[in-house]
Design a protein around this ligand. Structure first.
Ligand SMILES: O=C(O)[C@H](O)[C@@H](O)[C@H](O)[C@H](O)COP(=O)(O)O
Length: 249
């Protein structure tokens, strides 16, 4: 069963999200010397800033130097490009941390960017090489179409959901620009210890209804709930959850 927290105030959502992440960090650090986490792009990144940097009661408990940070998906653009997920995370979070308290961050190798399929496949393969088998926590967004990572709904994109060998794959036709991306595939989510979605705002109402009431597992997000529900948590606000009827997740 999926765990869902619905919040009326943004500050409570980001605080509880931060508590959740710090708990996962502490659990990981009780057993080993690092916390392996991946982040996604989109509005999640601002929520992470609010939770882990701006929230003073939490920021002092984040042991950044023990974090190993990966990207659940990345757009194939230079890391300084406005579209880069690494770039967005750097500007919102990393640049706000003191130089003495920086995490280890593993961005895509931008030196491999070319303009053909071969270089895009190589970028994915190289990223797969550095992503650990087991992540302690995978942080995910949910698009208004029900995508997560760069796993999109629909037949055109099924090749990514069906991927069982490649753990990181080239997404060559993303309906959300830019078109070329790399993305974790389901095997990475399967092996991770915990998965956590953040979804906010009224633009998510229809898709939340499809995911939680209709349980339409053609949607990658609903499929993640179905396959990995026991280790999946959602942090949503009341606007996003406005049309959801069910109380059993
Ligand atoms: O690079 C990306 O596009 C993201 O990783 C993507 O999967 C994102 O998480 C969702 O689209 C939700 O984004 P919003 O929260 O901004 O709607």
């Amino acid at each position: 069963m999926v765990t869902v927290g619905v919040f009326s105030e943004r500050a409570s959502l980001t605080h509880q999200l931060g508590e959740f992440i710090v708990k996962k960090q502490d659990e990981a650090l009780q057993k080993k010397s690092d916390f392996k986490v991946s982040v996604s792009g989109g509005s999640l990144i601002d929520a992470l800033y609010e939770s882990l940097v701006a929230d003073e009661s939490l920021s002092s408990r984040v042991q950044w130097s023990k974090w190993q940070i990966y990207f659940s998906d990345e757009r194939i653009v230079p890391l300084t490009d406005a579209d880069s997920n690494y770039g967005a995370f750097k500007r919102a979070v990393l640049d706000k941390l003191p130089s003495t308290s920086q995490p280890n961050v593993y961005p895509m190798d931008e030196s491999l960017i070319g303009s053909d399929a071969e270089s895009n496949n190589k970028i994915a393969a190289e990223y797969e090489r550095i992503v650990p088998q087991v992540l302690d926590l995978v942080l995910l967004g949910c698009g208004p179409d029900g995508h997560t990572c760069s796993l999109f709904p629909g037949e055109t994109h099924r090749y990514l959901l069906n991927e069982t060998t490649k753990r990181v794959a080239w997404c060559h036709d993303s309906p959300k620009p830019p078109s070329d991306r790399i993305t974790f595939t389901l095997p990475v989510l399967k092996d991770a210890k915990a998965l956590c979605f953040v979804a906010e705002g009224s633009s998510k109402q229809n898709i939340m209804h499809e995911i939680f009431d209709l349980k339409n597992d053609q949607l990658p997000t609903a499929l993640v709930n179905k396959l990995f529900g026991e280790k999946t948590s959602w942090f949503v606000n009341e606007e996003a959850f406005g049309k959801v009827q069910t109380k059993t997740f």
